[in-house]
Write a protein of this length. Structure first.
Length: 69
């Protein structure tokens, strides 16, 4: 199931690194981050539990990364 989230990320390079890290999380089918609009499209089987794992993975590369519903 695809869902779009508002995010906060500081730079385009960090957005790319976070996107790559989130794609490696088990259960994530695809992830796309648009730095200009500060939006993340997440395609995952179970959005609730995956969202926490995705945030944790992104914060490993960018500690200031935030996801809003």
């Amino acid at each position: 199931m695809k869902k779009i989230y508002d995010i906060e990320v500081d730079c385009a390079a960090c957005a790319l690194k976070c996107e790559e890290a989130i794609k490696k999380v088990d259960g994530v089918n695809d992830c796309s981050i648009n730095f200009m609009t500060q939006k993340m499209t997440l395609d995952a089987d179970d959005q609730g539990s995956i969202l926490k794992k995705a945030l944790k993975a992104a914060r490993k590369v960018e500690p200031d990364f935030e996801i809003s519903d």
